[in-house]
Write a protein that binds this ligand. Structure first.
Ligand code: BTN
Length: 287
């Protein structure tokens, strides 16, 4: 593990290095502490451990490699060594406003999706867009995923557990250097990387810095004016104005996507008539 104090030089230009990520990083909360692991099971697990300490709000754990990376719905998240941004951000309940009911988990999820799409920006002619609930797409293929995990954890003070607090770990995986041919036949249809879309080689240090700045910025926007997050989400959505089919609690629904409700999820004008909202926890997009 490396931190800002004991960072080691790496052979490749964009090997993740806390000092390089921190240089010129202008954030209020996110990335005040940055840790980089060469290899770990899942950065979400490491971040959850650090989240026990109340000092660690905004801490970010990066890894060059995960041996048990996970995605939504029990899926695995696979990536080759030093190919991606694999990171997890610790957010404490009091800092993200959940305690005051300012920022619900649903709104947090939309906010992070906007922040990740904004950080990726454009690759070649394609702009990163959001596929609800948490997929970030380039050119119609998935380039990044987000895994939000909330836990009630004992909070320690000077090493002694003193109370319990709900913390959120925001796990983000962004495909950077994967080549088109490195994806399996099945994945090739649905997944891509920044390099594959831009036909150039991205710089993960710059991207990591942009990501932390963007998350910091959009969390602040969400806490002060959630409408701005919703507006930007609408602009970046690939589903708004299109037909969507989803499975909700085992039943299939098809309709025209007319918007997002920050608390209740995707809003569909159903083919069968009527408007209905679908929350992310119980829905799977089928198209
Ligand atoms: C998804 O789209 O299913 C979410 C994928 C989230 C992957 C990231 S990689 C860093 C962090 N650690 C994990 O084990 N998962 C998240």
């Amino acid at each position: 593990m490396r931190n800002a104090q004991n960072a080691k030089c790496r052979t490749m230009n964009d090997m993740l290095d806390p000092d390089k990520i921190t240089a010129n990083l202008r954030t209020n909360r996110i990335g005040r502490k940055i840790l980089v692991y060469d290899s770990t099971s899942s950065t979400n697990d490491v971040a959850a451990e650090y989240a026990r300490n109340k000092e660690n709000d905004g801490l970010v754990v990066f890894a060059e490699e995960q041996t048990a990376g996970r995605g939504r719905a029990g899926n695995k998240w696979l990536s080759g060594r030093a190919d991606s941004i694999l990171c997890s951000i610790v957010l404490r309940e009091d800092s993200i406003g959940l305690a005051e009911n300012k920022l619900s988990t649903e709104l947090l999820s939309l906010t992070i999706a906007v922040a990740v799409a904004e950080a990726i920006g454009k690759a070649g002619r394609s702009r990163a867009k959001i596929k609800w609930p948490n997929d970030i797409m380039l050119n119609g293929k998935k380039v990044a995923g987000i895994l939000l995990e909330s836990k009630s954890l004992p909070i320690s003070d000077s090493g002694m557990p003193v109370s319990k607090s709900k913390v959120c770990v925001v796990g983000i995986g962004i495909n950077c250097h994967q080549k088109k041919e490195s994806f399996t036949a099945e994945l090739k249809r649905i997944a891509t990387s920044i390099d594959a879309e831009s036909h150039s080689i991205s710089d993960r240090i710059l991207l990591a810095r942009r990501l932390l700045s963007s998350v910091d910025h959009w969390l602040e926007v969400a806490a002060n004016n959630s409408e701005k997050v919703i507006d930007r989400w609408h602009e970046l959505s690939i589903q708004l104005g299109h037909r969507v089919t989803l499975i909700f609690n085992g039943a299939k629904f098809t309709g025209h996507c007319v918007g997002i409700d920050p608390e209740r999820g995707l809003i569909l004008q159903l083919d069968t008539g009527g408007i209905r909202m679908f929350d992310a926890a119980h829905s799977t997009i089928a198209n």
